[in-house]
Design a protein around this ligand. Structure first.
Ligand code: A2P
Length: 282
């Protein structure tokens, strides 16, 4: 994002009423997010405890001894004392070091052998130290979740699993599994992504052009985006829509003054194509 635009967007979001902020070291804008939160606290608009900040452990930092220092680095960038949620961003590890995407001479990612359960124990220690109020995971499938849940001596279960989730990729099986285990699904790309070809599978059609979402929106005087977000929260999926546009930031918050009927929920569920926009091919 251009310098300053994240700062402005987060401040507008907080003024609009957003409290959950989804961040990560690899977004390279945590300093602006932290500044926005601190400015809004200084203004008296919010207190620190009103904000729910989620930070993420990147793939190059999975070795247990790197987990706490990595979180401390994020806290230092944010200039906050704790994050509300710290999650393992992906279930695969890359070679530790300065390169975010370490590659060999053929341009292939250099992976790193680590043990997800050992990484999880280091996450638990961050919670015990008060640096993270809660801990969770992201992009974990059922098998990977079970590895953690079945770990001997497990101290804390993951509270959440952040995965792609929207009307074209509804995750029915994972959602059911997570419900059974009290794990909240946080749905990323709830609007169908920015369709940036460098990381998005654009062969799947644009979600917000969907005729069903638009027709239902018309009935309630809402946009397809608002219907998509409402659909997710109504089935218990947390949404983290992304926008750097003040009007759309406000639009995406106007989803608490209408509800979808059971029939409409079913119609939208039937749009599931079981195809990801974010394939994470690495
Ligand atoms: P912009 O920042 O210009 O608003 P996702 O949350 O699924 O990753 O989608 C993010 C993309 O959707 C961004 O490109 C964002 O662009 C766009 N977007 C966000 N809110 C809306 C909206 N209400 N209507 C249409 N596009 C939106």
């Amino acid at each position: 994002t251009p310098k300053g635009s994240c700062l402005e967007s987060v401040k507008i979001a907080i003024d609009t009423g957003y409290r959950h902020i989804d961040g990560a070291f690899v977004y390279y804008n945590e300093h602006e997010v932290g500044q926005a939160i601190r400015e809004k606290i200084a203004e008296g608009k919010i207190k620190r405890e009103d904000i729910f900040y989620c930070g993420k452990l990147w793939n190059t930092c999975h070795p247990p001894e790197l987990v706490r220092p990595t979180l401390e680095k994020t806290l230092n960038i944010l200039q906050l004392d704790y994050v509300d949620l710290y999650i393992i961003e992906l279930p695969m590890a890359f070679k530790p070091g300065d390169a975010i995407y370490p590659k060999d001479e053929n341009g292939k990612i250099i992976y790193h052998e680590t043990n997800l359960c050992a990484t999880w124990e280091a996450m638990e220690a961050c919670k015990d130290a008060g640096l993270a109020k809660s801990i969770g995971v992201s992009n974990f499938n059922r098998r990977q979740l079970e590895m953690i849940l079945n770990k001997p001596g497990l101290k804390y279960k993951p509270v959440s699993n952040q995965v792609e989730c929207h009307p074209y990729f509804t995750q029915p099986k994972l959602l059911e599994f997570c419900r059974q285990h009290d794990i909240v699904i946080v749905g990323y790309s709830p609007l169908g992504t920015s369709r940036d070809e460098t990381w998005v599978n654009v062969s799947s059609p644009p979600l917000l052009k969907d005729p069903v979402l638009n027709a239902i929106g018309k009935k309630y005087n809402k946009t397809a985006a608002q219907v998509a977000l409402r659909f997710s929260i109504q089935r218990g999926v947390v949404v983290i829509p992304k926008s750097f546009n003040p009007q759309r930031i406000r639009e995406n918050f106007q989803i608490f003054d209408f509800s979808l009927t059971e029939q409409e929920m079913k119609e939208i569920e039937a749009l599931n194509k079981n195809v990801r926009y974010v394939e994470l091919l690495m």
